[in-house]
Design a protein. Structure first.
Length: 213
C-alpha cells in the first residue's frame, strides 16, 4: 500500500524544473542545477550547495516529505559535479579501490514512517557515478532520536546522538576511506558521531559529504 501511495504522490507532482519552472526537463534542469549557489563554509564537511538556496531547500523537502524520489538523481549529480568531478574547481581525490560509500542510516521507526532513506537513494546514485562500492549494511542506527532540528545547540545534539550508531561488519572497514553521505548538515553532529563510530571500528578515514549545508 505504501509503495502504491508513493507512486500516486509522484504522479501528482508536476514534472517541471524547480528553478525555471519549465516542464518536461526534469525536476532540476542542468542550467538551474549549475546556478545553485555553492557552499563557502570551509569546514570538515564537504557540501555541494548552500542550504539557503530556495531551490535546494524545496528539492530536499520534496524528496524527504513528498517522496519525490526522482530528485535524488539531480542532487547526487550536484554532489558529483561540485565535489568529485575532475574540474579544477572541485578536486577531492578518490581512490576507487580503497573507498566505500556509506549513507547515514535511519532508525527502524523513522524508516517505517518514511518508507525509504533519502540519504541511501542519493548515495546509491553517487556510487554509480563514481564507480565506487556502496555498503548500506555496515552502519546501523540502533536508537531512535527525535529530529535534530528540535535540539538547538551542537553540544546537546552530540549528547542526543551518543550510542545511536553501531557498526555491524567492522572487518569491511579496515584500511578503507569512507565517504559518509547525508542530505543536509546543520551543526554536523550526526555526521560527526557516525564518523567517530566508523573510525573507532577501523575505518582509515571518513569524508562527510552532504548535498547542502
Amino acid at each position: 500500500m505504501k509503495d502504491f501511495l508513493n507512486k500516486i504522490l509522484n504522479l501528482t507532482l508536476p514534472e517541471k524544473c524547480l528553478g525555471c519552472q519549465r516542464k518536461n526537463n526534469g525536476y532540476l534542469c542542468p542550467e538551474c542545477l549549475n546556478k545553485i549557489p555553492p557552499c563557502f563554509d570551509n569546514s570538515s564537511i564537504l557540501a555541494a550547495a548552500a542550504y539557503q538556496s530556495p531551490v535546494v531547500k524545496k528539492a530536499i523537502w520534496l524528496l524527504k516529505y513528498r517522496r519525490a524520489k526522482k530528485l535524488a538523481e539531480p542532487l547526487a549529480e550536484l554532489i558529483f559535479l561540485r565535489i568529485f568531478s575532475s574540474s579544477p574547481q572541485y578536486r577531492h581525490p578518490v581512490s576507487v579501490l580503497d573507498t566505500l560509500i556509506i549513507p547515514i542510516p535511519l532508525s527502524k521507526k523513522r524508516l517505517r514512517e518514511r518508507g525509504f532513506n533519502q540519504a541511501e537513494l542519493i548515495a546509491n546514485l553517487l556510487a554509480e557515478k563514481m564507480s565506487v562500492k556502496i555498503a548500506c549494511n555496515i552502519l546501523e542506527k540502533i536508537k531512535h532520536t527525535e529530529t535534530q532540528v528540535k535540539v538547538k545547540n551542537r553540544e546537546n545534539r552530540l549528547k542526543n546522538l551518543k550510542g545511536t550508531f553501531k557498526v555491524s561488519h567492522p572487518r569491511l572497514l579496515k584500511e578503507k576511506t569512507i565517504i559518509l553521505v547525508d542530505d543536509v548538515a546543520t551543526t554536523g553532529a550526526t555526521l560527526f558521531e557516525a564518523g567517530r563510530v566508523l573510525k573507532k571500528s577501523g575505518a582509515k578515514k571518513v569524508v562527510p559529504v552532504v548535498v547542502a549545508k
